[in-house]
Design a protein around this ligand. Structure first.
Ligand code: NAP
Ligand code: MG
Length: 399
C-alpha cells in the first residue's frame, strides 16, 4: 500500500508522562504505517524545556506561526513539587500559556460523542463547542483587603499625568475590593477567532455577558462583537445560513440546557473556565474532550483537553497495567492532519483523518474501550482493555 504523501510539515510538539507514552503508540500504530508523516519536531517534555531554558516552547510557537498547523501532546505545568521532582532550574511557565500568548488565540473545546456514553442531558445529540476568552478579567486582577473605614476609588493616570477617578465604595467597615481590565485588541481577536471558527465548522455562534449590570465593561465586549460582526461577518454568516446570537449569560445557560447542541458557545474568561468543566462532565469523560487553539489570522494548534494523566504514568513506570484513553489525543492528530490536508489540497489526508476518527468511534461502539469509558458505558458487553490494546484494536479496524 502506498503511503499518503504530505507537502508541508506539521508542527509536532511532544509532551510528558502518560500522554508522551500514548503519543509514540499513536504514531507507531495509527500514523506511520499509513502516512509518509512530515513533521517538524519540538520536544516540549519538561526535561528538554528545562535544558533549553524553555526556548523550545517559544520556537514551537514560532513554527506554528510559520507553517499554520500544529499538534501538541499534554505537558506538565511545573509547580513546586515538579521543580523538586525534575530538579528544574526554575518554575517554567505553562507551555499552553506561552503558545496562546504568541498566537493571540482562542481555545475551542468540544466533546467527541459515541453511542453508549450518554450525556447527562439526554437531548444533547450534537456536541457543544465552548470558546473561552483567555485574557484578562479576574485572572489578571488586583485585589485588596479593606480593614478600616475609608474610600476606595479607581484611578486612571494617563501618560501626561492627568487623573480620572471613580468611586468604588465608601467603606464604614472591613471588606474587599478588586480591579480588573481587558483590552479592545484582545476582545477583537477573540471575536474574530470565534466568527472564523463558526464559519469554518459551519456552526451558529452564541455569545453572552452581563451587560445589563456591567454597563461599561461587559458592554464593551457586546459592542466589539457586534461591530466586527456587522462589518466583516454578517454577509458570510447569512450566505452560510448561520446565526450569531448575543444574549445575557443567564439566558444563554437556560438556552444551552434546553438545546440539542451543535453550536459554539463563546464565553468570557471566567464563564469559560466554569462552563467548560460543566460541559466536559455533562458529556461524559475528560478523555473525550478535544481542544484547538485558533489565532485570529487562522493558525491552528490541536491537542487533547486533559493533562498528562500522571497517576496512570506512575503505574506504567512500575510495569502495572494501564487503561488510559487515547481518543482525544488521536483526534488532536486527525484535526491537525485534516486541516493540513485542506490547506494543501491533499484530499487523501482529509479522508484518512475521517477514516481514523470513524475507526475510533466504531471500536468504542463495538464494545472495546478504556476503563474510564467502560465504567460509564450503557452498551451491553462493554469491555475494558489496556492502553495499547485499545490502539491496536483501532488499527485493526483502520486496516
Ligand atoms: P489530568 O492529567 O487531566 O488527569 C486527571 C484525572 O482525570 C486522571 O487522574 C484520570 O482519572 C482522569 N483522566 C484524564 N485524562 C484521562 C485519559 N486520557 N484517560 C483516562 N483517564 C483520564 O489532570 P491532572 O492530574 O490534574 O494533571 C496532570 C498534569 O497534567 C499536571 O502536571 C498538569 O500541569 C498537566 N496538565 C496539562 C494540560 C495540557 O497540557 N493541556 C492540561 C491539564 C493539565 P483517574 O486517575 O481517576 O483514572
Ligand atoms: Mg477550570
Amino acid at each position: 500500500m502506498d503511503k499518503i504523501r504530505m507537502t508541508t510539515p506539521l508542527v509536532e510538539m511532544d509532551g510528558d508522562e502518560m500522554t508522551r507514552v500514548i503519543w509514540q503508540m499513536i504514531k507507531d500504530e495509527l500514523l506511520l504505517p499509513f502516512i509518509d508523516l512530515k513533521t517538524e519536531y519540538y520536544d516540549l517534555g519538561l526535561e528538554n524545556r528545562d535544558k533549553t531554558d524553555d526556548k523550545v516552547t517559544v520556537d514551537s510557537a514560532d513554527a506554528i506561526r510559520k507553517y499554520g498547523v500544529g499538534v501538541k501532546c499534554a505537558t506538565i505545568t511545573p509547580n513546586a513539587a515538579r521543580v523538586e521532582e525534575y530538579g528544574l532550574k526554575q518554575m517554567w511557565k505553562s507551555p499552553n500559556g506561552t503558545i496562546r500568548a504568541k498566537l493571540d488565540g482562542t481555545v475551542f473545546r468540544a466533546p467527541i460523542l459515541v453511542k453508549g456514553i450518554d450525556p447527562h442531558i439526554s437531548h444533547w445529540t450534537s456536541p457543544i463547542t465552548i470558546a473561552r476568552h483567555a485574557y484578562g478579567d479576574v485572572y489578571k486582577a488586583s485585589e485588596m483587603k479593606i480593614d478600616r473605614p475609608g474610600k476606595a476609588e479607581i484611578v486612571f493616570t494617563d501618560s501626561d499625568g492627568n487623573e480620572t477617578r471613580k468611586l468604588i465604595h465608601e467603606f464604614d467597615g472591613p471588606g474587599v475590593v478588586q480591579g480588573m481590565h481587558n483590552l479592545d485588541s484582545s476582545i477583537e481577536s477573540f471575536a474574530r477567532s470565534c466568527f472564523n471558527y463558526a464559519l469554518d465548522t459551519r456552526q451558529d455562534l452564541w455569545f453572552a455577558s452581563k451587560d445589563t449590570i456591567s454597563k461599561t465593561y461587559d458592554h464593551r465586549f457586546k459592542d466589539i462583537f457586534a461591530e466586527i460582526y456587522e462589518k466583516d461577518y454578517r454577509d458570510r454568516f447569512e450566505k452560510a445560513g448561520l446565526t450569531y446570537l448575543y444574549t445575557l449569560i443567564d439566558d444563554v445557560v437556560a438556552r444551552v440546557i434546553r438545546s440539542n447542541g451543535g453550536f459554539i458557545w463563546a464565553c468570557k474568561n471566567y464563564d469559560g473556565d466554569v462552563m467548560s468543566d460543566m460541559l466536559a462532565t455533562a458529556f461524559g469523560s475528560l478523555g473525550m474532550m478535544t481542544s484547538v487553539l485558533v489565532s485570529p489570522d487562522g493558525k491552528y494548534e490541536y491537542e487533547a483537553a486533559h493533562g498528562t494523566v500522571q497517576r496512570h504514568y506512575y503505574k506504567y513506570l512500575k510495569g502495572e497495567e494501564t487503561s488510559t484513553n487515547s481518543v482525544a489525543t488521536i483526534f488532536a492528530w486527525t484535526g491537525a492532519l485534516r486541516k493540513r490536508g485542506e490547506l494543501d489540497g491533499i484530499s487523501e489526508l482529509v479522508s484518512f483523518a475521517d477514516r481514523l476518527e470513524k475507526a475510533v468511534i466504531d471500536t468504542i461502539e463495538s464494545g472495546i474501550m478504556t476503563g474510564d469509558l467502560a465504567s460509564v458505558s450503557t452498551l451491553p458487553g462493554a469491555r475494558k482493555v489496556e492502553t495499547l490494546e485499545f490502539i491496536k484494536a483501532i488499527r485493526e479496524r483502520l486496516q
